[in-house]
Design a protein. Structure first.
Length: 197
């Protein structure tokens, strides 16, 4: 498991048995660290200010497939070399997408698949190294025309967006409607928690 201060708690959040948890700063809580060792992975249980309570989950509780890893990413712009859209879906917690200096409100990043995929959860990991930037956003999905499937205000580290119902689409676009400074995103994950019957 990753390093950090841990305690064994019994019945945490209604889960029986002993559960290993760790307090981590939100800045250190990168995507990669959520999947600790081959014995277990870490999921955020509670976020209080900049402190995250992490809950260890056994390996048999398999993480859902990250569909974003199979998508082609494009964006309205990029800050420069090393900050292109594909950096937000490469699975590397040290790389990120950043829009160009004059592309703030209305900038977007889009994921596209060869064939439609089914998903109901999107996780957006905003880089917080320079403070929060995104103030309003929308998620659009579709195969040809795009329609809104979710919207919100702030993002922050590891923002999980649960869609009202599963969506089957070939394209998914995150539009940053308002930002204090040009947005920058470590990683976007797309998952299907509720499989088709």
């Amino acid at each position: 498991m990753t390093s950090g201060c841990r305690w064994l708690l019994s019945g945490l959040l209604g889960m029986g048995g002993s559960t290993s948890v760790a307090f981590r700063s939100a800045k250190d809580a990168s995507f990669a660290e959520r999947k600790a060792t081959n014995a277990e992975f870490l999921l955020p249980a509670i976020v209080v200010g900049a402190i995250v309570l992490w809950q260890a989950v056994p390996a048999w509780a398999k993480m859902p497939e990250n569909l974003a890893a199979k998508a082609k990413a494009s964006a309205s712009s990029a800050w420069g070399d090393g900050y292109e859209a594909p950096k937000a879906v490469d699975g590397d917690p040290a790389t990120r997408w950043n829009s160009r200096g004059d592309d703030k409100d209305g900038c977007w990043i889009e994921l596209a698949w060869e064939k439609p995929v089914r998903f109901d959860r999107v996780v957006i990991d905003e880089c917080m190294d320079f403070g929060p930037r995104i103030q309003a956003w929308r998620l659009l999905a579709g195969s040809e025309d795009l329609a809104e499937v979710a919207r919100g205000t702030d993002v922050g580290p590891g923002r999980t967006v649960r869609l009202a119902q599963p969506v089957e689409a070939r394209r998914l676009r995150l539009v940053v409607e308002k930002a204090s400074v040009v947005p920058t995103i470590w990683e976007i994950e797309v998952q299907c928690i509720h499989k088709a019957p």
